[in-house]
Write a new protein. Structure first.
Lengths: 147, 147
DNA sequence: ATGATATACGTGCATATACACGCATAGTTC
DNA sequence: GAACTATGCGTGTATATGCACGTATATCAT
């Protein structure tokens, strides 16, 4: 017996996680031609834009757990898209920089990302996307408040 | 140099993933006393409600990749909250059932889940939660359409 | 009955996520 | 300058996520 797909849950968390998985599929699919996932593109584009910076600072920018970021950086470094060097001003820090190959990859991936962005905006409408930014901020505020 | 926390991204996917991580922190925190994560509670509560069913059907209900679900079930089975038995009508299927210990766990966890639900609703407002259900449906539709 | 197709299931692999530790160095206070 | 505190970093462990495969059984078409 085969059960059909299901409606949204009554649990906000479950719904948000479902939405997250769904949109990730959309973006990952769009980035498939350059063999990048949206998580990797996101990190790479941020390193490209925010210049050399430490993993702690990058984690704060991405609102991602630092130790999670450390592992995510591994694959990007293995692929030769970023490199790390000891920071002179503070020996504890390691400065993360994008490489030339990394910069080229970002350039190649950007149009695919734009396409996914457009696809989602066309389907959801810009109002929904605006509400989404509010949602993020509210939830992060609540989460920070609790922790 | 320490960089402060960041505003929402211009990328809808990144924002949704951020929101997902934030709300997961909130629910996981609420469920901490019973040592369950929201992902596990979600699966367990669904098994409890939807009675014995196959992993494929449960995956469709949860809109979760079947192979992902299979691993998630492992820890619940190891904890003794669910059990699997071969299905008589179709030897390929395995019927997943909640155990007595599982049922007790759901009972114990439910008030904590309700508390998280309430907390989020108080902070975001019911209108935002309603928009969220629309968002889930739209994104899953778009994702299905593309795939 | 046979062959094609659909469905069910599990595992290997890669990545994502985050908590709990421990170690090293910077900064602050006395 | 010594003690305390804050910050930066990486790893161990556990879970979450999904794609690519291979295997087994059901179902359907002829």
């Amino acid at each position: 017996m085969k059960i059909p797909n299901q409606n949204p849950s009554i649990c906000s968390c479950v719904n948000l996680r479902r939405a997250s998985r769904a949109i990730t599929r959309i973006y990952d699919k769009a980035l498939e031609p350059v063999d990048l996932k949206i998580t990797q593109y996101s990190v790479l584009a941020n390193v490209a834009r925010s210049g050399p910076l430490s993993s702690s600072n990058l984690a704060r920018i991405l609102r991602l757990d630092r130790t999670t970021l450390v592992r995510n950086l591994k694959s990007l470094e293995a692929a030769g898209f970023i490199e790390e060097h000891p920071e002179v001003t503070d020996p504890r820090e390691r400065a993360i920089r994008i490489t030339e190959a990394g910069r080229q990859m970002v350039e190649k991936a950007r149009p695919l990302w734009v396409q996914a962005q457009q696809q989602v905006e066309d389907h959801l409408g810009s109002a929904a996307l605006q509400q989404l930014t509010t949602l993020v901020t509210s939830l992060e505020t609540l989460s920070d408040h609790i922790a």
